[in-house]
Design a protein around this ligand. Structure first.
Ligand code: ADP
Length: 191
């Protein structure tokens, strides 16, 4: 199994690149943001709980997020591997992911971070907000709050995997194809 974590700040292009990687490496894409939006659109209890946090640019509590992620992984017992996009976003989530994969006899092969500067991200998200219909993409204060939470809660997840020799970063600026090339080269360098 090849399990990848696609990492980087909001708006860094994780979803776009995940679409390319699942095709190329035959992996299952799990985006916790997409899962929450799906629950919200169906107005489920989980969606209702997540909505309040997401609209404010805050993280949904770990207990909720980890349970949802585990359910999704367990629905794919025959997967050749997963791409985790938007998860883990906290150290407890990283520890829970490692425990889950260990219980399945596998592990994270590598975490790949898309490096994009803060002002570029803010511009990209506000542009996306004009068409995405996402409330959290429309308001600059909410976008900046997401970036602040990324720095305080999520960036340490990179160090967590780097200390295990599994942290990689690539330049997230360029065309979609250029970034996909960099990602492929990194995936193929993983043992
Ligand atoms: P982006 O990467 O552009 O911020 P996502 O779609 O990944 O967008 O996430 C949108 C929102 O969903 C986050 O701001 C957060 O409220 C919630 N969310 C997604 N993934 C997680 C997670 N792993 N832990 C907690 N909250 C999450």
């Amino acid at each position: 199994m090849t399990n990848l974590v696609l990492f980087g700040p909001p708006g860094s292009g994780k979803g776009t690149q995940a679409a390319f990687l699942i095709e190329k490496y035959n992996l299952i894409h799990i985006s916790t943001g997409d899962l929450f939006r799906y629950e919200m659109s169906n107005d489920t209890p989980l969606g209702q709980e997540a909505k309040a946090y997401m609209a404010k640019g805050e993280l949904v509590p770990d207990s909720v997020t980890i349970g949802m992620l585990r359910n999704k992984v367990e629905k794919h017992p025959d997967a050749q591997g997963f791409i985790f996009d938007g998860f883990p976003r906290t150290i407890p989530q990283a520890e829970a992911l490692d425990a889950l994969l260990t219980s399945m006899g596998t592990e994270v092969a590598g975490l790949i971070s898309l490096d994009v500067g803060e002002e570029e991200i803010v511009q990209r998200i506000l542009l996306r907000g004009q068409t995405s219909g996402r409330a959290d993409d429309n308001d600059e204060a909410t976008v900046r709050k997401r970036i602040a939470i990324y720095k305080s809660e999520t960036a340490p997840v990179f160090d967590y995997y780097q200390s295990k020799g599994k942290g990689h970063s690539i330049n997230g600026l360029g065309t979609i194809e250029e970034i996909a090339e960099r990602l492929s080269a990194t995936v193929e360098s993983l043992s």
